[in-house]
Write a protein that binds this ligand. Structure first.
Ligand SMILES: [Zn+2]
Length: 410
């Protein structure tokens, strides 16, 4: 997230000293990954100052944001108190604790690192493409999120690969914190389809947050401003503001093209290997904690879309083996537990199995065919009943998709 203005202007005693420590602590952790290393190299190359880090209370649901005018990254203090116990939770106290207690700081850094990197990406963007922030103050560019999320997800994947236990605990609902669930929601929704991935980001910002717009839209706004000043220039005889704005438009058009070139190259270089590896890893861990729908979805989608010649032979073989194991285990699980499962869970499991078999060209297990028939019929009835009572349009859409699937299964 990028913000333009902030009201948090009062300074606290340990602000600067803590910022310095946090910058060092974050970079030490992040530089242990390839993604982090690549990013820091790019940042250092432009010779800019790393943003200062400030801890301040903020409205709920906002975890962190970057302010270009101040070159500062703000973390919402409301979420930090989870990482240590303290009697007082006012900002100056939280800042002091983080400054004086290494253990508290380490806990915070350990979980906020991926988000910090996301905000650093925005800091770099405003330096590489400054005119977008300067000339179009009414909005943040959605396209900048493509880079920020992808960098964050690649980093998060490396981090979780080194911490299988944390990954398992999260999927097993044994551990959660605001930063981890924020990262997971993007990471677990990974798709092998690159357009889908970007599409989801675009949708999230178009629908959710009013102050975001696309670079194309920003250009249109600049053009119409230009038309206005042309009329004024001709009427008043003063053409210099008009000329200045023409140059401004040319610059943002140039920066737009430059950014498009960059983001395409960036995705082309890292996407194929990353998406394959990440989906295989999530699938494996999901299988371990018996989250079968997630495991089947990740492994089968991966198998369906992965180009065999793009990955190492043994990795592809591993994927196929894991995919087969997932189908076997899910079948056993359903046979064993179907009487204890409620209709949504049961139909969801069978549906995931059905989809995985279709995607990978495997046969649906014979032993489950009768149960499938019976369960789908029951589920159709169940979801029709739910639609009647539901107000939320997203939920209704989901129920309808389910009904559609259960009616049309072959
Ligand atoms: Zn962002």
């Amino acid at each position: 997230m990028i913000m333009v203005f902030t009201l948090n202007s009062a300074a606290y005693r340990y602000d600067k000293a803590l910022s310095k420590k946090l910058k060092n602590d974050f970079s030490a952790v992040i530089l242990q990954t390839k993604t982090g290393e690549n990013f820091y190299e790019r940042f250092k190359k432009i010779g800019a100052e790393f943003p200062e880090i400030l801890i301040r209370k903020d409205k709920p649901s906002r975890l962190a944001y970057y302010v270009m005018e101040e070159n500062k990254i703000y973390f919402n203090s409301s979420y930090i108190t989870e990482f240590f116990t303290a009697k007082e939770n006012k900002d100056p106290k939280i800042i002091e604790i983080l400054y004086t207690r290494k253990d508290a700081r380490e806990e915070f850094v350990k979980f906020a690192d991926a988000l910090y990197l996301h905000e650093l990406v925005h800091a770099l963007q405003t330096k590489l493409y400054p005119n977008y922030r300067r000339d179009i103050p009414q909005g943040n560019m959605i396209e900048f999120e493509y880079e920020a999320f992808f960098t964050e997800d690649m980093y998060f994947h490396e981090k979780m690969k080194n911490n299988r236990k944390l990954m398992k605990d999260f999927l097993d609902l044994k551990y959660d914190d605001p930063y981890l669930s924020h990262n997971m929601s993007s990471y677990l929704n990974l798709s092998l389809d690159i357009d889908n991935y970007r599409g989801n980001i675009r949708k999230m910002y178009e629908e959710g947050k009013g102050d975001y717009l696309s670079m194309g839209r920003a250009e249109e706004i600049q053009k119409s401003k230009l038309e206005d000043s042309k009329i004024i220039a001709y009427a008043s005889g003063n053409v210099s503001p008009y000329i200045r704005k023409t140059t401004g438009l040319a610059i943002i058009q140039m920066q737009k093209e430059e950014y498009e070139r960059f983001i395409d190259k960036f995705y082309n270089e890292f996407w194929p290997a990353f998406s394959f590896e990440a989906l295989l890893y999530i699938g494996e861990v999901a299988l371990e904690v018996k989250n079968y729908p997630l495991a089947l979805n990740c492994l089968a989608t991966n198998e369906e879309t992965c180009k065999e010649n793009k990955v190492k032979k043994e990795d592809f073989q591993k994927l196929k083996t894991e995919g087969a194991v997932a189908i076997l285990e899910t079948t056993g699980f359903i046979l064993d537990k179907n009487e204890d499962m409620d209709i949504e869970i049961l139909s969801g499991h069978i549906k995931a199995l059905d989809e995985a078999c279709k995607k990978t060209g495997r046969l649906f297990p014979k032993k489950l065919k009768e149960l499938r028939e019976k369960t789908y019929k029951k589920a159709i009835k169940h979801y029709f009943g739910k639609i009647d009572e539901e107000k939320d349009s997203e939920n209704i859409k989901r129920y309808k998709e389910n009904i559609d699937f259960f009616i049309n299964f072959k």
